[in-house]
Design a protein around this ligand. Sequence first.
Ligand code: AMP
Ligand code: MG
Length: 391
Amino acid sequence: MIQLEKALARAGIYPVRTGSETLPLEDTPGRVLAEDIFADRDIPPFPRSTMDGYACRRKDLPGPLVVLETIEAGKLPVHDIGRGRCSKIMTGAMVPSGADCVIMKEDVETGTDGRILFTAVETEAHIDSRGQDLKKGELLLPQGCCLTPGHLGIIASAGKTRIKVARALKVGILATGSELIEAGQHPEGAQIRNSNSYQLAAQIRRAGHLPYAMGIVEDRFESIAERITMALEGTDLLLLTGGASVGELDLVPGVLKELGFRLEFDRVAMQPGKPVSFAHRENKRCFGLSGNPVSSFVQFELLVRPYLEICAGMLPVNKRILVTLEKEYRRKQADRQFFLPVTFTGGGACEAVEYHGSGHLHALEKATGFAEIPAGQKIVNKGDKVHVRLI
Ligand code: AMP
Ligand code: MG
């Protein structure tokens, strides 16, 4: 059994090589940027009014001032501002030369002769100076950042509408278990619906990759070997669920070995999710995840997703926040790092959701994160802070 960080580091030695692909900007949220993006001009590109009002010289205030023109956003000013002069200006318009402030239109009275008078005591500049955010040629976004809507705005502002991102990986999902039937089928007797494949597909998609659900295979050594061999064709990474533990019918690690894979680990010191393996052979990579739905979920979030991030060259992002636990939490065994499903209660606090163990998928209904309780710690007192990973 190895620690989670060690397991991830070991798997990370054998990444899937993603390479990059060029996509239309609108198709890239959630993807990992594979090029640096630079500012193609100063931002803002010209001194810009942040208010509707009058561009003028501070030393001429309170006026009265002659109004020279109206400058709309997108128009070039015609006149410079000299003594006793001003120009009406709109938010986002270019501030004319000579002006050092924009007085707000709410602070202005217009006299009968058309000249304006500043009625407030003082004013801020209300001007964004040219290049105050970034200078032309400066780095806007570094390679490796995971793209958010805000990032897309930044890239569009630099005039790029096609960008390089890490290639989306084809991730196969093969569910093992003789009790399993497809979710759309009617279960008889002791049959169980295959929910993991849907859950994992959604997790893969959320991580910016392409899921390929490859059905169910019964708990028979030869069948599993055959289906793994088929599933490896045309996929970059294969996720198996079920049969990952040490029971008589937990065949997956054995099959992987038989197929010539090298197992880097087959147990990780985490709860839920201890039985989990990572295997590689030439350019093929597999994770053997638990059948238990909560375990499989947690294993994906804590191991597979970070692994995919390594493959894509993603820069590290902190996904944990420190939150107060509202009620005391106790556990009997503390040999593994524990991930407790929690929900936020507001005011920087969280509480455990009802959780009966790794088969209790319904616990995920209300969970908004997993609180990490370190190995060795049996009690978290009411009011103690815990690290919560958002899901
Ligand atoms: P296993 O890891 O194969 O020992 O399975 C552990 C538990 O998870 C058993 O109760 C299985 O019935 C259940 N299980 C296994 N695979 C799936 C699946 N694909 N979807 C939902 N439950 C599953
Ligand atoms: Mg099983």
